[in-house]
Design a protein around this ligand. Sequence first.
Ligand SMILES: [Zn+2]
Length: 403
Amino acid sequence: MIDARGLVLLPGLICTHHHFFQTLTRALPRAQDAELFDWLVAHYPIWARLTPEAIRASTAVAIAELLLSGCTTAADHGYVWPNRARLDDQIAVAQEMGLRFHAARGSMSRGRSAGGLPPDEAVEDEAAILRDSERVIRAYHDPSRYAMTRIVLAPCSPFSVTAELMRASALLAREHDGVHLHTHLCETADEERYCLERYGVRPVEFAESLGWTGPDVWYAHAIFMSPQEFARLGRSRTGVAHCATSNMRLGSGIAPVLAQRDAGMRVGLGVDGSASNDGSHMLDEVRHAMLLQRVAHGAGAMSAREALRFATRGGAEVLGRDDVGALVPGMAADLIGVRADGLATAGGSVHDALASLVFCRIPNVDLSIVDGAVRVRDGRLVDVDVPGLVRRHARAARALTRP
Ligand SMILES: [Zn+2]
């Protein structure tokens, strides 16, 4: 029995796009004011020094932040795997901390010598990527309802892998029940130019030509897309992870998420980052998604309830789940509670306690339950030594930039 008097209860929030490893390079001075391509080029050589310990510490930090900010299910897109770092390192931490986890086996294969953006030491061989993708599917993927771990295949972007790897990843994923596909698409005008120059088509046409559309595919960002393109993607029920904070941070633009939703695309929210956010705060993301649509389309563009819908049922649809995202019988026991009588919503919760969770700025949730287990109680993680974790994470972060 949990005494939830004074709490607003919601289904746990769902994050559809993140890069846990990037918590190690938040606020990096040389990348603070850069746009996407320069930002990537500044980070790649640092990420090429990642180790298994760096992956584990950064995963723990991101999950701690996510749990405290209301997230109970998250997809992570790790795409740099040097020095024997493996997806297994992330899955072990997520299992230990109790997050419902969609682990994307991301990848980069086209280094600078092959016309790609990342340096050669940050990329992997394509045959090895596919072998490891199959290995992690067999070792960890659980297609059943209430699954705590699912695998996603996720080549990083059209400018860091080859068309062949995109095609082969889609074929491999579709050999297995419930293995979905994820990549970055249409994040910047630079990417559009790259696709036009290299392939002679726009990014969406390129993705379509590779078999990368459908109810088992979702893209991060989807900013530079035409109405004709999202009408087609809506018909195929392709999904979008909308990352408002990251899009603002990198000055990328405002994604047309409302029109994409109206066209039939599945839309969820993601904190992205962490080096382009630079936080993993899911309730903040809901707030920013609502505010950013208002910048583009006026105060009536998106309500607090619509923003929360994107972060709950919307996110569940994007990840292909019918067992999370709502508080109804038959759903997984994933729920969060926020005090309605605290400082953050004072004067708000008396009028509209639910909307206050989005309009007001909530520092963290007071209760979080994932798969029936209490993970946050009285605003604190029940089984994480946060100061110890932060010290460990700082050591790993310093090691990445040490000369
Ligand atoms: Zn991303």
